[in-house]
Design a protein around this ligand. Sequence first.
Ligand code: ZN
Ligand code: FE
Length: 286
Amino acid sequence: MAILAEFAPLLPWPGDGRRITALLALHTMSTTLDIVRIPVLSDNYVWLMREPQSGAVGVVDPAVAGPILAEAEKRRWKITHILNTHHHGDHVGGNLEIKKATGCTIVGPRQDRARIPGIDVEVDDGDRYRFGEAEAEIFFVPGHTSGHIAYAFREQKALFCGDTLFALGCGRMFEGTPQQFWTSLSRLRALPDDMRVYCAHEYTQSNARFAVTVERDNRKLIERSAAIDAARAKGEATVPSLLGEEKATNPFLRADVPAVQAAVGMAGGDPVAVFAEVRQRKDTFR
Ligand code: ZN
Ligand code: FE
């Protein structure tokens, strides 16, 4: 939004005493994002988003190209950007085909530049990336992979976190250590409760089945789990979720909460060790 302010100067103009009028155009960053969920493959979500003032259109983690190009075409949205969170095939598989079709700019993690097909712009922790009139703050969040990043659009309250944080879960620890992963999740947890968590998979129901075995007495978790079952029975998506509800119910964000520590027999334990234990239990949970 451009605010036009007009005022007469209070200070006398040196010399001829002319009055001047100053016009100030103050640009504030205030815009929205229209975000569309595109389910692809067995359980991936690709996010297509448009910033309406500039018309910029971004795709977060295109696993494939066809359905994304088709959805954009249907809406008459011209794809200008791809935003990648990490190098896995179900997040970058559509990069080159979409770039070839649209000439878009591919943004991805600097620490993983060799593994992001077609990367044009490398971003790293603390960077601010301008997407149209919106701005993403970059978080380096290793753990699932060694180069993983997340995009936090603070003003639009949208967090694109790939496979780092899921609704009621987190990604598998393929390339990181518990210390790295816990640090990454703790940093995302510090974001505001009303941020929406746009993760990359519909894993919520199986995550919930595991989560209730960890925190059996967490009333909010039990209620959420029931709501998830009901939504999935109707074929509804459970993503995005609110970061506030993740803080209250997601065991992987709660390794420093006494109830979770006690539940895995590690009362008063080091949160990193507790996180590692919960992660490992999930790996073998059936
Ligand atoms: Zn992944
Ligand atoms: Fe994935």
